[in-house]
Structures are given as structure tokens and as C-alpha cells.
Design a protein. Structure first.
Length: 347
């Protein structure tokens, strides 16, 4: 076997059922680690931190050194794409702040020709990280899916009701489609560059997929994702794509069947019986509640066992159902690593 073929994460994503589930955690490099907080203090702002390869590579490697996950995920941010397109981006106490784009005039200001050069530091982060990873540890690249990225670009940041972005999409579907097309093309190029630099799998984060009714979900979640997957598969047929349409509910089935992703990430609300049915379409990934990891103890042990019993009979990657919480004690992640290292005792 080649090095790639022996990596547990890549074997699971290829559809293999393993005796022990490979695992990694969304936001596994982050504020819950004291070494991350010390590293973050070396950059003047978060965007600079993401675009300084030596710092971003170190952040990517920190949880691997401490806990030995089966995969590292590139340290970056989904909003680097809008920034590379020319949209103003800053991070404040309440999260990201962008100059809102709500009409054709705003869309015309975006510059797709600058994306590759502005995101080259991310590719250098990939190269530095690959050089520092253990042989059996895979490297995952990622991007935000077009709908989720568009929500930030139109709303100007996080939103509770998504009225600006949904209003744009409903009122002017052709104009909104132009924005989605720009994001989709930039995302294809960005992920292709990450793959060429050395990532071995990629994940599309569609964090706000669950706010759309089915017709809009089809137009703004499924169709752009399908285009991204097809474009990547034409160039990199062996590189797996994980889709994470958080909150999709019953529409997970359509997403899995129609997008062409190799594996589907599940949020914490997905019942394990439903998740098991989805394994017929490929690998599933998830879906421990991040609060259980924060709480730890018997509740964590019980939940981990339940997920493993339900999903280890098929291709499966253990993960959270959303990102790790900053309040999570690092020792709880260590306890999770120990639980996942042991054979499952079925009753």
C-alpha cells in the first residue's frame, strides 16, 4: 500500500469499514488550547494570522501533536474567499464584519482575477503543514460552500434571520445567481490550489444550509455544491470531498444523493438511525454534540459508545456535529482520544 492508502481517514472516505473509526474535530485548532492562544497573540489580527503561513501551519499541527487525530484540517477561515475577491473583512468581538453586497453594483466590484494571488499564503500553509505531519495523518483542506459564504457577504456578518440574503435571492434570483457563480468559481480554484499544494481531502462547510426551504436549498445548496464536486473530480478524481450541510434535516438525503460528495458530515440533530441509512450513499461523519465534549465524564463516554455502535458497521469518520467550543477542557479531548483508541465492546 502507498502512504495515502494506509491513512485511516482516506480509507474510510473511500468507503472502507474500519475496526476503529478515524477521527478529527471541527475547529480542533482553536481557543480551547493554551498553545493556540499564545500563538494567536503573535499576529495583529485574525486575518493576518490566517495568512501568515508559519503561524497557520503551527496552529494546524498543535492538536495533532497533543491528541494524535487521524487528520489535521488546514487552519484558515471560510471568509478568506470574499476578502480575496475584494470585499472588506475584519473580525471584531461579535465575529466577522464585511462590507455588505446587496445589489449588482456591489457584485461588479468583486475581482475574481485576484483570488489566486491573495490566497497563495494558504497554499504555503498547506506545504509547511504536510512537512510536519506524521506519515499516517491526512491533511484536509476546506472552503465555505457558496450559499454560506454568500450569507456573510450579503448580510455583512452573522445573521439571526437571513432576511437580506434570502430577500436578495427571492427578489432577484438572476442577480443572486451571479453572486453564487462568482463564489462557486472562486471556490473551485481555491480548493484546486489547496489540493495541488498537498491536501488529501477537502470539506465544504455549508453552515447555514438549514435556513432554506427545499426549492431554495436545491438552487443555492445542492446545485453549486454539485458543480464544485464535478469540477474537482474532473481534475482530481481520487481526492475525496466531504459535504457538511448543517441543519439540512430530511434534505440530507437529497444532498447525499445529488451533490456527488464522497462523505457527508452530520450535525448533532441527525438521529443515528437516519445517519445509518445515509451510509448507503457513502461515508458519514459526525455527530457528537460539542457540549458533550465540553461536559466530559460519563455523559461523553455514553454518547461516544452510542455513536460507535450505530455507525461503525459502515464507512464512518468520528467527529463533532459542529465546531469544538472554546470552553472545552483539553483533557476532555484527550479522554475522547482514549475512548476512540479502544475496541468497541458491544452488548
Amino acid at each position: 500500500m502507498s502512504g495515502a492508502e494506509t491513512k485511516p481517514l482516506l480509507r474510510a472516505l473511500a468507503g472502507e469499514t474500519l475496526s476503529r473509526p478515524p477521527w478529527w474535530l471541527m475547529r480542533q485548532a482553536g481557543r480551547y488550547l493554551p498553545e493556540y492562544r499564545a500563538l494567536r497573540a503573535q499576529a495583529p489580527d485574525f486575518v493576518s494570522f490566517c495568512l501568515t503561513p508559519a503561524l497557520a501551519a503551527e496552529a494546524t499541527l498543535q492538536p495533532i501533536r497533543r491528541f494524535g487525530m487521524d487528520a489535521a484540517i488546514l487552519f484558515a477561515d471560510i471568509l478568506l474567499v470574499p476578502q480575496a475577491l475584494g470585499q472588506g473583512l475584519a473580525f471584531g468581538e461579535e465575529g466577522p464584519v464585511l462590507e455588505p453586497i446587496r445589489d449588482a453594483v456591489g457584485i461588479e466590484q468583486l475581482r475574481s482575477d485576484r483570488v489566486s494571488s491573495r490566497l497563495e499564503p494558504v497554499c504555503e500553509t498547506v506545504r509547511l503543514t504536510r512537512a510536519g505531519l506524521p506519515e499516517a495523518t491526512a491533511l484536509i483542506g476546506f472552503a465555505g460552500a457558496p450559499w454560506t459564504v454568500a450569507t456573510y457577504m450579503v448580510e455583512g456578518g452573522a445573521s439571526k434571520d437571513y432576511r437580506h440574503v434570502k430577500g436578495f435571492a427571492y427578489r432577484d434570483p438572476n442577480g443572486f445567481a451571479a453572486l453564487i457563480d462568482i463564489i462557486t468559481n472562486a471556490t473551485v480554484n481555491y480548493l484546486a490550489a489547496q489540493i495541488e499544494a498537498g491536501v488529501e481531502a477537502v470539506q465544504l462547510f455549508d453552515s447555514w444550509a438549514g435556513v432554506l426551504p427545499e426549492p431554495a436549498f436545491s438552487s443555492w445548496v445542492i446545485e453549486p455544491t454539485q458543480r464544485i464536486v464535478q469540477a474537482l473530480k474532473q481534475r482530481f478524481p481520487t481526492v475525496p470531498v466531504i459535504g457538511f450541510p448543517r441543519g439540512a434535516g430530511l434534505l440530507y438525503q437529497r444532498y447525499a444523493a445529488e451533490t456527488g460528495v464522497d462523505a457527508i458530515g452530520l450535525d448533532t440533530t441527525v438521529p443515528l438511525s437516519f445517519a445509518r441509512d445515509l451510509q448507503g450513499a457513502g461515508a458519514v461523519q459526525g455527530n457528537l454534540d460539542p457540549v458533550l465534549l465540553m461536559v466530559g465524564g460519563p455523559a461523553l463516554t455514553k454518547a461516544v459508545a452510542e455513536i460507535r455502535v450505530a455507525l461503525e458497521a459502515g464507512p464512518f469518520v468520528f467527529n463533532l456535529g459542529h465546531g469544538i467550543l472554546p470552553q472545552t477542557p483539553p483533557e476532555h479531548v484527550g479522554a475522547l482520544a482514549e475512548l476512540l483508541s479502544q475496541p468497541l465492546h458491544r452488548r
